[in-house]
Design a protein around this ligand. Structure first.
Ligand code: AMP
Length: 295
């Protein structure tokens, strides 16, 4: 029996949250409708729609945010030219059962200019894409954190295509006890294997064909990992051979990381891993990744 003259002492976060949920329901036992958030930068394609489809399975109400976040673009990057197609995006979302679109201006999100308070992505945020794009992941985590606070969703959905982003968002949510379920959706690809991206629109036809070398390299790595027994070095060699054979593609980084730590695996490592790749095709930076089973 609880003693009404004494506070209830709760020792775990899960118990505290369950207790507060009961209190808020005010004894009715009825929960309100659930909400799922799909954060995007717009210029929507079938990859974004896969997130929307999953969001509709998970929640009663789907919110899609469309915001080209200045905080996650570096000097000399494509902030000014990033495709902005709000009317077409809203039309597409209307046809795909989305209830709410949140499309704020930069002044709405950052009324005092760039925020002084930031979420930092730590060491992993400085590697791979973070090495080529300093500050990118701090800016990304900061806006994701703001969106989670603004919308307060039960679930938020992210694409596996941005593997480092997924890792950092999951870690932020865990480390800062953000009360949201993070759901990861597999990468949607064109027929030739190229991962769909809003930046693919920058590519000429020959570049678009050349860009297939990224997914083809990942496939070569996966099959080398399955059959060769040579660990990460053999997988890296297999991928590099395919990608470097394509003259339109300039490799930025190619790495095999541990799925739990996101640090590069050693040559002797055996087990599940993920290969990450980034390359320039002309002036367009593309990324991709795939799981590897290093046996
Ligand atoms: P963006 O608009 O590029 O910021 O992407 C918004 C969300 O869509 C992110 O969670 C991305 O990972 C996800 N996304 C982008 N492209 C794809 C794709 N080809 N397949 C699955 N998800 C994607």
């Amino acid at each position: 029996m609880t003693d009404p003259t004494r506070p209830e002492v709760i020792g775990t976060i899960a118990d505290l949250r369950a207790r507060l949920r009961e209190t808020r329901q005010d004894g009715t036992g009825r929960a309100g409708p659930t909400v799922a958030l799909v954060p995007t930068m717009g210029a929507l394609h079938a990859g974004h729609l896969a997130l929307v489809t999953r969001a509709r399975e998970l929640a009663d109400v789907v919110v899609v945010s469309i915001f080209v976040n200045p905080l996650q673009f570096g000097a000399g990057e494509d902030l000014a030219t990033y495709p902005r197609t709000l009317d077409a995006d809203v039309e597409l979302l209307a046809r795909n059962g989305v209830d709410l679109v949140f499309a704020p201006t930069a002044a709405q999100m950052y009324p005092h200019g760039a925020t002084e308070t930031r979420v930092t992505a730590g060491h992993i945020g400085s590697l791979y894409d973070g090495a080529s794009r300093p500050g990118h992941f701090d800016g990304m985590l900061t806006v994701v954190s703001k969106l989670l606070h603004i919308v307060g969703p039960d679930a938020a959905l992210f694409g596996q295509k941005d593997a480092q982003q997924v890792f950092l968002v999951q870690r932020m949510v865990e480390e800062l006890n953000v009360p949201v379920r993070i759901e990861v959706v597999p990468t949607v690809r064109e027929n030739g294997g190229l991962a769909l991206s809003s930046r693919n629109g920058y590519l000429r036809q020959d570049q678009r064909e050349g860009a297939r070398a990224l997914s083809q390299g990942l496939e070569a790595a996966a099959s080398a990992a399955r059959t060769g027994g040579g660990g990460a070095p053999a997988a890296l060699d297999a991928a590099r051979a395919v990608i470097e054979a394509q003259p339109l593609v300039k490799l930025d980084y190619l790495v095999v990381v541990h799925p739990q730590t996101f640090l590069p695996v050693g040559d002797d490592y055996r087990g599940p891993a993920r290969m990450l790749v980034a390359a320039l095709v002309g002036t367009t930076r593309l990324i991709d990744n795939a799981p590897l089973d290093l046996s």
